[in-house]
Write a protein that binds this ligand. Structure first.
Ligand SMILES: O=P(O)(O)OC[C@H]1O[C@H](OP(=O)(O)OP(=O)(O)O)[C@H](O)[C@@H]1O
Ligand SMILES: Nc1nc2[nH]cnc2c(=O)[nH]1
Ligand SMILES: [Mg+2]
Length: 180
């Protein structure tokens, strides 16, 4: 285990098992769309690792697309004032879209994203989030697929960073408070 990690919450094996299950559920739920397939969308950068693994567990035609958004204002992350830095490469009108997120925390990122994507009139729009934080102040967001509930701590690994580090840890853990 990395020296900066206080506790491992989900091991590499836990994550692989859940990603496998979510991929199987999506394959089953979208069986009627086997012809046109689904579009997976992830928000850079944290969710790219989850989406890359999830895509390989969906047994349907899958397109992958990416958006980069930035919160700004007072400088705190996910301030709710969001700007698109990189838009999707493809049109999603009439398509079955699944947003792959690494973590749902305050919910401000997904609130903005879902509103933005819905305005493009996809045939359907759902969320697959690997983690949903147990926190009181969370926007109400319907997630069709949730990997794990996690405690209200600052967590890193498997895509999740602190100051751009720890994204490449194969597991998810709580960062030692003295590190940040
Ligand atoms: O529910 P919220 O409070 O909005 O937080 C969740 C968002 O925060 C993280 O992204 P971040 O802004 O750190 O960017 P990153 O993916 O590049 O690390 C994470 O990847 C989610 O997208
Ligand atoms: N790395 C990381 N990014 C986040 N974004 C929102 N919540 C978190 C968290 O707990 N850890
Ligand atoms: Mg981050």
């Amino acid at each position: 285990m990395h020296d900066d990690i206080a506790e491992i919450l989900f091991t590499e094996e836990d994550i692989a098992r859940r990603v496998d299950e979510i991929g199987a559920a999506i394959t089953k739920d979208y069986a009627d769309c086997a012809e046109e397939g689904v579009v997976l969308i992830s928000v850079l950068r944290g969710a790219a690792i989850f989406m890359a693994d999830l895509a390989r567990k969906i047994d349907l035609p899958v397109e992958m697309d990416y958006m980069a958004i930035s919160s700004y204002g007072n400088g705190a992350k996910s301030s709710g004032v969001v700007r698109i830095l990189k838009d999707l490469s493809s049109q999603i009108e009439g398509r079955h879209v699944i947003v792959a997120e690494d973590i749902l925390d305050s919910g401000l990122t997904l609130t903005y994203l879902l509103k933005n994507l819905a305005s493009r009139r996809p045939a359907s729009l759902e969320v697959a989030t690997l983690l949903r934080k147990r926190t009181r102040a969370q926007a109400k967001i319907d997630c069709a697929y949730v990997g794990f509930e996690c405690p209200d701590e600052f967590i890193v690994g498997y895509g999740l960073d602190f100051a751009e580090r720890y994204r490449n840890l194969p597991y998810i853990g709580i960062l030692k408070p003295e590190v940040y």
